[in-house]
Design a binder for this molecule. Structure first.
Ligand SMILES: CC(C)(COP(=O)(O)OP(=O)(O)OC[C@H]1O[C@@H](n2cnc3c(N)ncnc32)[C@H](O)[C@@H]1OP(=O)(O)O)[C@@H](O)C(=O)NCCC(=O)NCCS
Length: 165
């Protein structure tokens, strides 16, 4: 189990060459709920779509120096007129619950604000208790429910957060 105090989490902006990395991380993090046909990879080419990656380095307890960074998570969002919509977010298993998604969401908010967007939206599977707890903890409020929206028959919850710089 990785301890939060022993890691450094860096966020970087995705590039065109990150297509394969994005597909790989999405498969690892989302499994059966990954977008069909590796279509997440197309995000790197789409206008008004932004990608963030998290990279985690372990920190040697004795020397306090970080080791090699490993890609561990991603967040894909798009700008729709004056709103920022999170399309997907995932963190690979060994790096969960050490704050990676929180850091990605904070970086997303900064990026949205720097694009003059003050409203963030997302949809989440009502049965995804981990993601729901994360979004609530970070200040998202539920504004809607789409019945039986997902392949597994679960509802989608629509959530919103007003971003303040
Ligand atoms: C949901 C997900 C992105 C969370 O990533 P993470 O890096 O582990 O989240 P964080 O460490 O930043 O968690 C922050 C807070 O969210 C909540 N949280 C996160 N995962 C949780 C879980 N499995 N159960 C309960 N609460 C959870 C907790 O309040 C947590 O704070 P704490 O660790 O101090 O208790 C990750 O579990 C994941 O990739 N799941 C599969 C894909 C997915 O569901 N994506 C979201 C829908 S698109």
């Amino acid at each position: 189990m990785i301890k939060p105090s022993h890691v450094e989490i860096d966020i970087r902006i995705g590039r065109l060459g990150d297509r394969d990395l994005l597909i790989k991380l999405e498969q690892q993090a989302c499994g059966d709920t990954a977008w069909p046909n590796q279509s997440i990879g197309d995000s790197v080419h789409q206008p008004n779509v932004f990608i963030l990656f998290a990279e985690v380095a372990g920190v040697d307890e004795r020397t306090q120096s970080p080791d090699l960074k490993q890609p561990s998570g991603f967040l894909v969002w798009r700008r729709i007129v004056d709103e920022a919509e999170i399309l997907t977010l995932g963190v690979t298993m060994p790096f969960r619950q050490i704050g990676v998604a929180t850091k990605l969401l904070r970086a997303f908010e900064e990026q949205a604000l720097s694009n003059h967007l003050t409203k963030a939206l997302l949809e989440v599977n009502a049965g995804n208790t981990g993601a729901l707890a994360l979004y609530r903890a970070i200040g998202y409020d539920q504004i809607g429910r789409r019945k039986h929206y997902y392949r597994d028959g679960e509802d989608a919850l629509t959530m919103i957060k007003t971003l303040i710089g």
